[in-house]
Write a protein that binds this ligand. Structure first.
Ligand code: ADP
Ligand code: MG
Length: 320
């Protein structure tokens, strides 16, 4: 067996649980559950030097490669089912691949995702995952359903991943415990798949926060043809000992990326239902603002002043 196929067999081939034909042929065969629509959220790519540092822990990278895609499934209210993985590897470092594979399959097992194919080549380290999920017909959570007067909600806390990154970049210095919390958020995000599922038929629109709250909520606003107002004081604060300037903290919460929490909208009448979901999932859900007419997204402080974020979210082609 050639090295390439040996690697695929050893590190990327695992038993599948709901796949007709998996790894080993020219393409995989899958079948949607009757009554479900297939949802393909194609290809989130993680590139060395852009999305992670070259020396990043491969186990965590395996987790994150899948997690960011599961988060897209969560945002659609979809059940993640299948994935294909394209990897470019600079060299044949078996220990690296082994750890990457372990981190990947730990999370894949947790969410019953079958890896059904991919591609393995030599090149600058790059990881591209395509994920395929399904959702009962007509029940997908979309970005375009928000209505004026809907409440805007988020899951969990925002900003910790961005603070972790700033810490790694030497822009801020977190104490030991805060650094641990923030780096865990950055390296091993927990995709909110169960929340997405629970929000079917409840949320009017949803998105996962990968680039930053203001930028991502703006996507909902634009697609729905509405505007949104966020009350800064309603946002949960990052769990850090603060030696950090208030402005920096706000910037991280409102525009920091990589949190992979969900932001969703729902009519005010759904408040009780949402509180029950939070209780059931043991996941804080916080109402942070509302949908308004017009357009754009504004963040307002306790004095009614608008916060002017220096950046509204991560943009690959915007100079930082
Ligand atoms: P082909 O040349 O027909 O595209 P390959 O030789 O590239 O097929 O791959 C052989 C099999 O291994 C295919 O089923 C492919 O989907 C799978 N595969 C290749 N790389 C990976 C990977 N990194 N993870 C999962 N499956 C992979
Ligand atoms: Mg191929």
């Amino acid at each position: 067996m050639t090295k390439e196929f040996d690697i695929i067999a050893r590190y990327f081939t695992r038993p599948t649980s709901h796949t007709l034909l998996g790894i080993g042929d020219d393409a995989a065969l899958i079948q949607a559950t009757p009554g479900c629509e297939l949802v393909v959220v194609s290809t989130d790519m993680l590139v060395s030097g852009v999305h992670f540092f070259a020396h990043a822990d491969p186990d965590k990278l395996g987790h994150k490669t899948l997690a960011v895609n599961l988060s897209d499934m969560a945002a659609m209210g979809a059940e993640p089912r299948w994935a294909t993985l394209a990897v470019a590897l600079p060299a044949l470092d078996e220990s690296w691949i082994n750890h990457f594979s372990r981190g990947f399959f730990r999370l894949a097992l947790e969410h019953a995702v079958d890896l059904i194919g991919g591609d393995t080549t030599r090149g600058p380290l790059c990881l591209a995952l395509q994920i395929i999920g399904e959702v009962p017909s007509g029940m997908a959570l979309r970005r375009d359903g928000a209505q004026a007067n809907d409440d805007v909600w988020i899951s969990g806390k925002l900003g910790e991943a961005a603070l972790g990154l700033a810490h790694l970049q030497g822009k801020i210095e977190l104490d030991g415990r805060s650094a641990e919390i923030c780096l865990r958020r950055l390296h091993t995000p927990q995709p909110r798949v169960a929340l997405g599922r629970a929000l079917r038929g409840v949320a009017s629109a949803a998105i996962d926060i990968s680039d930053g709250l203001l930028a991502d909520l703006e996507h909902i606003a634009t697609r729905s043809g509405v505007g949104a107002e966020v009350e800064i004081d309603l946002l949960p604060r990052p769990d850090v000992m603060s030696g950090i300037a208030e402005n920096e903290l706000r910037q991280a919460v409102l525009a920091g990326g990589d949190d992979y929490e969900l932001c969703f909208c729902a009519p005010a009448a759904r408040q009780q239902t949402i509180a029950a979901i939070a209780q059931q999932l043991q996941l804080p859900l916080t109402k942070i603002g509302r949908i308004v007419g017009g357009g754009g997204v504004r963040a307002i402080d306790g004095n009614g002043r608008e916060f002017q974020a220096s950046v509204r979210g991560f943009d690959h082609f915007e100079p930082s």
